[in-house]
Ligand binder design. Sequence first.
Ligand code: SF4
Ligand code: SF4
Length: 382
Amino acid sequence: MTSNDPPASPTAEAGHILPAAHFDALLTLLHEDGFDVRGPRVQGGALEIGKLPNAAALPQGCSATQEPGAWRLQHTGTPAWFGITHGGMSWKALLHPARTRLWSAERTADGFSVHEDAGPAKPFAFIGVRACDLRAIAVQDNVLQRGPYVDAVYNARRNGAFLVTVDCAEPSGTCFCVSMGSGPAAGSGYDLALTELDAGSASHRFLVRTGSRAGEAVVQRLGLCEATHQDSASAKAIVEGASARMGRSMDATAARATLSANRESPHWQDVAQRCLSCGNCTMVCPTCFCTTVEDTSDLSGDIAERWRLWDSCFTFGFTHVAGGTVRESAGARYRHWISHKLLNLHEQFDESGCVGCGRCITWCPVGIDITAEVAALPQDVS
Ligand code: SF4
Ligand code: SF4
């Protein structure tokens, strides 16, 4: 049974209830089933995705402010366990790692031997995937798993992964998932979808929706009670409230026409005056997938390794071919990146390459805002 198998039968109409006091039972079950359980954790003043031994490791009592060029952790004592939407790290770091050794070779008496690294020892279970990031995983599935060329590294890490999402109750100042149709409630592709209810009270609990047979089996084994229609209504109100408080917005349909009509706009030179070509936006973006390959050898010359590293279309050498670099200016590189996100992926995969997570805005050191840059282009494309 895999995460992709749909539920065998309709689940309880309103879902089920996981009391917060029993959250560890879910984590224990996943650990006992052999999963490498990962989730959000506060580390060094930032939010990382790390090993999740128990619910106490979650960022309970924390929130974060996000705005262009700034992410700040706050120990506000908010009762929510999932009060931070996300940090700079996304699940991409686990499924499509920033550094992967593809193979190593060692000199032997009669030539050399080649070793390939094995995939992860255990399948992943992700706890607390946000709706936008669930959609981003689907984008990477399409690129790395469902095309004519399957990426073996991604495939080995993605297959068998158990995904537990949490709907957002409080979007960040740079979120615009509603505009991109990717949140704040999880769409399809999860095993379990949670909505946190009444945090800080004695009835702190999670409404649980199942999205796969594997998720259904977990709910049955945990012996969860069926939710009431009042629980369901409370969860709906939380999601509707979050939808109404999005930090940003973008007309994604109009953006495609705007970008198509403005390939030569002088606005790209304006962006070039601000963009540092640092590549932060591509590193934090959960849908960016480009890589480069680097070969190394040790000083003796007996051992060689081939590594795959994340690359960025903002580097000068990204488009280097015989005769030079194709996209020489920062403006051309930004135009390429934003067009690939909002326009070209539609042509390639019939979907947006942007899920509205807002990370590129938050983690851009000069606060360049993808929604503002689209809005700044001439909108009259008739
Ligand atoms: S382009 Fe920006 S907002 Fe869109 S998915 Fe990437 S990081 Fe998130
Ligand atoms: S848009 Fe911002 S994050 Fe992206 S390369 Fe330019 S300065 Fe860096």
